[in-house]
Design a protein around this ligand. Sequence first.
Ligand SMILES: *Cc1c(COP(=O)(O)O)cnc(C)c1O
Length: 370
Amino acid sequence: MTAGCAGGRLTIDLGALQDNWRTLAALAPGSECAAVVKADAYGVGLPEAVQALTRAGARTFFVAHLSEAAIARAAAPDSAIYVLNGLPPGACAAYAAVGARPVLGSTEEIAEWAGFVAATGAAESAAIHFDTGMTRLGLSPEEARALFAAGGPGFRPSLLMSHLACADEPDRPETERQRALFAELRALAPDVPASLANSAGNLLGKTAGGDLGFDLRRPGVSLYGSNPLRARSAELKPVVRLEARVIQLRQAPEGTPVGYGGVERTRRPTKLAILSVGYADGVFRAAGGADGAPGACAYVGDICCPYIGRISMDLIAIDVTDAPENTVKRGDWVEILGDHVGVDDLARASGTIGYEVLTALGRRHARRYV
Ligand SMILES: *Cc1c(COP(=O)(O)O)cnc(C)c1O
């Protein structure tokens, strides 16, 4: 869709994505840096992200589903592609056809994959997932020890992995407990590469007990410019820029209710701009304003123009009174996300996390890759 027809304009900066990958890779040079590109690469576009990251040097990708692996495979013919959500029953041949590696997280999945490898003689690779405290996917420590005590899975895994539950909060003691348990479990097959760190683990680097990097790191959200460690800044660049078109300007006297429910009133004679994006485009309704609770800001140049009143499905009202005369006109574009409003800023104003802002980015914007 061309920008002329759309209410929102989404610009994805693939150079910033590549720079972020290089920055994150450099945090632990002895450990490979993979890229997590599930959920359409956190909303920025799976094939485009995989191609750009491959050019930057990434050789290992993680997706959630086999359908995503097929798209990633077309974009990266020579890379290792892991499927985090594991192996649905009867899907071994489909994985082999794509050259995708399931992350096996239960004894049933491991038995099915071992049966497939034995029956076909296929040399297909797979990862084994240990649960070290997330209680989501993966073998329990007891199951893991029992598996290797009984001679191992019946094939050579290409990766042993686990996932951190609390690393975005650096003071939580669980991260060191997970690291120590994972170090013990990966020693069940010490010559198989091991992977523990997500974005937060990679940015944290280590706990009191040791490094979190192991052989392979798996950053996702930080590649796309969101920092899950609010306390710690890495030099991450914004990857997404979202602009909304001004479709109407209007003047309202002090005390005028704006939008559904009239939950916010103008506090002065106010110049309003009506923007042509809304919550159906991924700008969460919770980011709107109510009397006593200011909304998020859109930017006209360097001027913060607060959302006023509730966000509608397709529209947002902003207060442009402070923008200099003639800087906002019908048809202009204003910044919703970009250099002034980071993904994490909009997330905070919406009571959510950067992950949700990114993966909710609407499908009806005009998209442009630079
Ligand atoms: C999503 C995911 C990641 C990436 O997490 P981020 O916090 O986005 O870096 C890594 N590993 C697993 C198992 C995941 O599900």
